[in-house]
Each structure stands twice: as C-alpha cells, then as structure tokens.
Ligand binder design. Sequence first.
Ligand code: ATP
Ligand code: MG
Length: 495
Amino acid sequence: MNNETMPNFLIKRAFLTPDRIAVYFQDKALTFKELYDYSLNVAGQLQGLGVRKDDFVGVLLKNHLDTVIIFFALQLLGVKSVILNNRLTPSELIWQLEDSTSSLLILEDSFTDIKMVINQQLASLATITKSDLFAKENDSADIKEEISLSDICTIMYTSGTTGHPKGVLQTYGNHWWSATGSALNLGFVESDCWLCSVPLFHISGFSIIMRSIIYGMPIVLHEKFDVQKTIEDISDKKVTIMSVVGTMLTSIVDALTVSGLPEHFRCFLLGGGPAPLPLLEACVKKNLPVFQSYGMTETSSQIVTLSPEYSLSKLGSAGKPLFPSQLRIELDDHTAASPQHAGEIVVKGPNVTAGYLNRPDATKEKIREGWLHTGDIGYVDEEGFLYVLDRRSDLIISGGENIYPAEVESVLLSHPDVTEAGVTGTDAAKWGQVPIAFIVKREGAALTLEEIHQFCLTRLAKYKVPKQFYFAEQLPRNAAKKLLRRHLHELINEK
Ligand code: ATP
Ligand code: MG
C-alpha cells in the first residue's frame, strides 16, 4: 500500500539535519550524518555475514553508542531486531531466540559465558560479539531506502512480570505514531534533549532513540542510571526531558538540594509502574515537573500521559490517551464502565501492536476488534482522566473486597522511614486472601513493625491493612526496576 510507505527514518533524518547532534555518549558526540555513516558501515558488515532483509536477528547489548549504531544498521537492512533483555538467564535467552527463529545473535564482548552456553545448546544459531562484527570486512550494503509502516521493526518480549514473556511485534508505524503522539502532547522545541538511562532493550529506552531520529533531537545516553551523573548532565548537556521509573525519581528527589533543577529542564516522564502519590507530592514540593504516563511494550511506550496544564490539578492521574489513541474501561461483561467505576483498561491506536509473535491464541484473546485488553485495572473520571489502579492479576480479594496492592504500597511509602514497599496476597482460611507487606527501611532508621502497623491503621480501611509486615534488604525487581510481586513470598523463606 503506497500510503503506508515512508523513507527509511535514519536516511531521511541524516538528509534533513545532517549536522545536528544525534547522541552524546560519555565524551563522544555523534551527528546524524555520522550516525548514518557508521550504521551504513555496520550494515555492510552484517550483510557480509549473510544477514538479509526480513531476517530475525537477536541483539543482546548494553546501553552504549555502539548499540544505537547496531540498531540502526539493522533497520537499514530491513532486518527485524529481536531485542533481548541483558538480565535474562541463558535458558530464558535461548527460549526467546528459538521462539523468534533468530538467525544470528549479536552480543557484548563481555558476555562470554552466555555465548558459550548458547553455542553449546543452540548450535544452529550463529553468534558474534560486537568487536568481531566491527572488525569484519564490509560489503556494500543493500539498503532499504523505503519502509512500510506495517513492516516489523522490532520484537520485544514483555517484561514477564506476570508470567512467560510474549514477543510483542512493533512495526515502524507503531514507533512512528508513538513518537508523534508524544510530541503532540509534550510539544517539541528545538532545544529539546532527552536523557536516556533506562535500558535500550526496553521500550522505554528504545522509544527515545526512535524519537531522536524522528524529531531530529539529541539524546544523552547513559550506560545505566546514576543519580549524580543525571543531575550533572541535566545541567551540562542542557537536558530538557528524562524518562524515569519511580525508584529512579525517588533517588533524584532525595539527592537534589533546595535549588532544584535548572530552568531549561522541562520534565520527567514517569512510567513503567504505579506512581506513588507521596513521590508525586515530593516532586511538587521541590518544584520538579513530572508527567505521569501509562504504557507498555504492546503500546510502544506511553499511550496515556498527563498534559502539563493538569499536572497539579489531576495529580495521581496518568492523563488522557494521546492524540492518535483511544481508551475505555471495560467491565467483566465487556460493557463500558461509567466514570469512577473500575474495570479493565482497554486501548486502541496506531501505536498498539498487531499482536504477539507465534501466539495467535494470546493475540486473539488480548486484541479484539483492534482493542488491546491490557490486563490492568483503572477508572476514568468524568473528564476522561485515567487513574490506573493495578494489574488485574495482582488484585487481592479479601472477604469479597478488592484490595489494590499499589494503593497499600503508596501508603507505606508515605512513611518517611520507608524507601521501598511491596504488597501481595497470601491465602487465609477465613478471608480467601489477606494482604502482607514487605518493606525496605531507610538506612539507619529505627522503624519497628508495630509502628508501621499503627501507621497503616490510621490511613487505610482495616481490611486493607497488611496482616503481616516483613523487613527486607531489597525487593525483587526486574531489569526495568519493576517490582516482581509474585516473588515477594520468597523473601519469607529467606528469613
Ligand atoms: P508482562 O506483560 O510480561 O507481565 P509487563 O506488563 O511488566 O510484563 P511492560 O510492558 O514492561 O511489561 O509493562 C507494562 C505494564 O506496567 C502495564 O501493563 C502496567 O501494569 C504497568 N504500568 C505502566 N505504567 C503504569 C502506571 N502509570 N501505573 C500503574 N502501572 C503501570
Ligand atoms: Mg504486560
């Protein structure tokens, strides 16, 4: 279909604004022209290895300038990149590589053990370290000058927070509309510069490099989140926007002195999980602009974001669906819920995936008539602002009452001596399930279990107050720093 055709994004960007900076990484800065030249070279090296258009190629790389180059080299060839999470075990990686029928895996030089195990157990798969790839002779690459918006660009497995991960198909169109929807909400100004310290293998990070080439905007890429480096670079590199998850924002708030952040800084885009109200309030106090957002791998990052003018009056809301997208709340009988009534969050839009790789059943179950059933519970208010309550699978039903772990965690986190909190359900004969809580104390705090119990009793209805509290050194989190509630129980056995 002709109306779905666009020029290859990087080629177009390098043509439009060749001399603008694309990426700052450590002490290097690359223009769009240089990014294109390097990517073209690597595309030739990949072609020399036999990689061809429409192949699936696995990528297991850290946040690094080279990673950005490799991602764009793969796009120049029209390859589908299977983007793998660095924190997975070899057997999880092998599962995803087999599931995606990847023909090659590109990985970090330092991942020698993983490479060995994969070579032994999946002999049919070719593997190459990035240094070996960069040392290859390069053919002149067969570049895909045009893309179709419905072509698959990336496959990203869901975080597996709730179970076995599924390969989410993300097209060029999904990325295009995600970037466009974001700009139509946040606005885009020529001075914009986006700091990326969330993983590039996660949609939160990958979407930043796609925005970079679509907008012509520089990004500052960090290998990982470092609070001091964040504060320094926001000033020195004139960062205007930064994507964060709750735990990152908490450390930034704690580390900032009264003077806050420089004027040019426009906002933190907060996503990935529940935004505890105490954290949002602390940001208001310190004058830190935060836009809460809601999204997932299946929506190629945010699909709902709070517009700047509502950031105070609708504090705690994830906002309204972005311009190209729609949202409704569905009850169990599939009818639409009225405002203030909780139900499943269901979304639709050109940034929403067409489905899961090799999983027609899961695709059919989750996407009906273009509406993605997210598995998350929320409600909208009379004006259409979304409030996310929790994942349906994490809901605790106690004596017939619904308890949302995120609400209880938010209360726990409002205690000054609590830095992390996780709540889950445990079986109880009389009630079906009751909530229990796991807490990480602020260092040196003398908080007792009884104190925290009393604190909850004055702030939560009795049935929501955890029946047991446990202190922990740390809580189980995945690579995106998301709380893995289904692993909380294991902390009890560790005691
Ligand atoms: P899996 O689908 O494999 O269980 P996952 O859902 O954690 O993993 P992601 O796509 O990384 O994988 O995360 C999206 C999920 O994160 C959403 O479906 C939602 O549960 C949660 N989330 C994102 N934004 C918010 C928010 N603003 N408030 C509450 N939860 C959020
Ligand atoms: Mg999910």
